[in-house]
Design a protein around this ligand. Sequence first.
Ligand SMILES: Cc1ncc(COP(=O)(O)O)c(C=O)c1O
Length: 379
Amino acid sequence: MKNSVHYRPTQVAINLEAIKANIGNLRQYIGSLTSVIAVVKANGYGHGDVEVAIAAFEAGVQMVSVATPDEAVRLRMAGISGDILVMGPSPTSFAAKAAELDIIIAVSSAEWLQMALDYEEKISKPLKIHVKIDSGMGRIGLRDAASLQAILSIVEHTEDVQLDGIFTHFSCADEGNQGTTEKQFAMFKGLVQTLREKPRIVHASNSAAALLYRDYGLDAVRFGIGLYGIASSDYVAKKLPFTLERALQIESELVHVKYVEAGTPISYGGTYETTEGEWIGTIPIGYADGLRRGLRGQDVLVGGERAALVGTICMDQCMVKLAREMPIGEKVTLIGRQGQEEITMEEWAERLGTIPYEIAVSIAERIPRIYIGKDGQPI
Ligand SMILES: Cc1ncc(COP(=O)(O)O)c(C=O)c1O
């Protein structure tokens, strides 16, 4: 794998060995009858879709999945040759391309499938589909046996479609409320049982369910956030059956350091004024990189200690109040570990009133991703 040359000392370091370890531990936990689908949508939750997909296949996953047709095409074009599933909706105009590139797509209705088959661009080889069941998420998917039967009737009368799988998605598996997940699973199983022939892969679980509802593993689990070493929620974090290894760090360095007297305004609007003589460092990362303005006041790690961001976060830079004079070039960790201290995506999420998923996918593409090995060195 080639890490590209870049000059700004801000980078996202991704440890692919952590991702492989999370898959290895999951595989051991769920057992050999259940396989893993690695969810690499949204650029691998910000970690790099192609790199994560390669690492995931090396770690033994059966398939990777994405949300959109374009994400799937991107992976195929980048040379990913294993199974790719588009879990979200596709336009009927994508069906022929999906078949050509051997991309599996989700189908929610017979009407959609018929329109895809009738589309002007004809399917050149069998289109592989996974039927999506809405067992309670209320997003996409069919909700009753008659709708499932309607899809089967089409599949039975054409060589152009291959029913490869059937799946559903849990809405509350990361919460304490088990009843909803149990109900969803029962509804899904009930519909699957109406099939005369079981397709190759029946799957339901996301990360939370894979970790907390081992009995719901079926043929495969779709492992997303857990792949990257992050628990789906605080509730899941407290019940993890094995330790998840975090894969991502955001690192930068001090590019400017100055001592200022008490009463010195810092950054746009001068809304922060030093209350004493202070050492102020500048870090080349800002809201265009995903360091949202709401993270004003958030700690970063410098010299193994926590230090708070002060003043308004700018588009490309921000300022930190240092405990003492520090050299230009001193490493700053915005997410990750220095010694005993760690700043997590969950900590950012809490400050911003959101979930770690949103933090991961909001780390801008503009920050280069550097892939590191076990020793922390670029690979
Ligand atoms: C259909 C589907 N399956 C699986 C996942 C993965 O979920 P998680 O990241 O919680 O494992 C997602 C993500 O939202 C999804 O939309």
